[in-house]
Design a protein around this ligand. Structure first.
Ligand SMILES: C[S@@+](CC[C@H](N)C(=O)[O-])C[C@H]1O[C@@H](n2cnc3c(N)ncnc32)[C@H](O)[C@@H]1O
Length: 204
């Protein structure tokens, strides 16, 4: 099967996640990411049996939500500034491990995660094919993959463009199927400016 030729990482060169700017965005995302974090734990049905890997964890909002459900969690992000915010706002230090790394080269062994998710992040990855291959590698058989992105309109600019159109959500789903993930489904949740896509799949 050929994946449609539509870029799903249209903000791969976003410069704003390092240094002081990264810390500022991290603090903003602490609040802005709460709804998405709750959606992620519900859609992925996270429980205490899980090891959740949060790719592009940013300030760690979703990682902490998964830890509240009793899961063991690894948060991965390339930005030391984001990871500093994540560590600073984590009280239950022992259930979450924070690692510097990228989607394209996850610092984790094969088959060790039961859930791998990436929230508002795939549109920033440098290489989506490599990222999806890495998700498949670190997922254990039966493990769940989840990507969440804001719904954006074709031609949107600025902050409103930091998400996916329907075509981009479907293109990402096709990439996941091509990489061998099964039962890949695209859905929307919420409405208006809060609407998001979820793309979920399984490692067989
Ligand atoms: C918009 S923030 C989202 C943070 C968090 N997931 C949330 O929803 O609050 C995007 C995050 O993706 C990270 N990121 C950028 N490129 C990445 C890559 N290639 N692999 C993994 N994470 C990446 C950034 O450092 C940043 O923390």
């Amino acid at each position: 099967m050929t994946a449609p030729d539509i870029a799903v990482n249209h903000h791969a060169d976003h410069p704003g996640f390092a240094g002081v700017t990264g810390t500022f965005f991290g603090l903003v995302m602490l609040i802005a990411g709460r709804r998405k974090a709750r959606l992620a734990v519900d859609v992925a049905a996270v429980s205490e049996a899980d090891h959740v890997v949060d790719i592009g964890c940013g300030p760690g909002t979703a990682a902490r939500e998964a830890a509240r459900r009793g899961a063991r969690v690894t948060g991965v992000d390339p930005s030391p500034a984001m990871l500093r915010v994540a560590r600073a706002f984590t009280r239950k230090k022992d259930s979450i491990t924070w690692l510097e790394g990228t989607a394209e080269s996850l610092p984790l062994p094969d088959g060790t995660a039961t859930v791998v998710w990436s929230l508002a992040t795939v549109h920033h990855w440098q290489d989506v094919d490599k990222g999806v291959a890495e998700i498949r590698r670190v997922l254990a058989p039966g493990g769940r993959m989840l990507a969440i992105e804001r719904v954006s309109r074709p031609g949107a600019t600025g902050l409103a463009s930091h998400g996916w159109t329907e075509a981009q959500a479907k293109a990402f789903a096709a990439l996941c199927r091509n990489a061998g993930l099964a039962d890949v489904r695209v859905s929307t949740h919420g409405s208006g400016r809060r609407a998001v896509w979820t793309v979920a799949g399984l490692r067989q």
